[in-house]
Design a protein around this ligand. Sequence first.
Ligand code: GLN
Length: 197
Amino acid sequence: MSVGVLALQGDFREHAVVLRNLGAEVELIRRPEELARISGLVIPGGESSVMDKLARAFGLAEPLAGAVRSGLPVYGTCAGLIMLADTVIDGIQGQQTIGGFDIAVRRNAFGSQTLSFETDLDVPVLGEPLVHAVFIRAPVVESVGPRTRALATLPDGRCVAVEQGNLLGTSFHPEITGEHRFHAYFLQKVAAAGYRR
Ligand code: GLN
């Protein structure tokens, strides 16, 4: 089973380390033809508007959207979650997404880089202990469709982790805190889906 990490921009190396530590075979994905080899994909944090431009320039945007539609399991963190959202509030002009997640996200919902923060989050599907979550110019999920399940909310009620079928998304960055449970949870989805193109 090989899992891809979209490696156009952002913290793809950190995701690759976590996935390899969990025993997955990892492929860094930069070209459309590389999608044929993977049964799951992680889209890292970074800057969604730049990732979007690069995905289109590399001819990856359409094939990625098609793969999501055909059931490829995908886990997006922060900018990666934005890339998966059907609707982006406060996107830069012309910003597009791969889509698939029936959610609306608000980019930079907590303000600028200096307002980045860390907190401990209850994520019932992961059990104990609490997840130490790092938010860096993070989005929030402002609304979810009927097929989408909220997995974690901040004390003020804002949703920061979601799941919908084979899709998983977090506003924060487990890959930089030694938190492996989201990736393990995702790898279970990948194994259960048995996706082949
Ligand atoms: N604010 C960034 C964006 O809009 C996301 C930041 C992140 O991935 N840490 O893409």
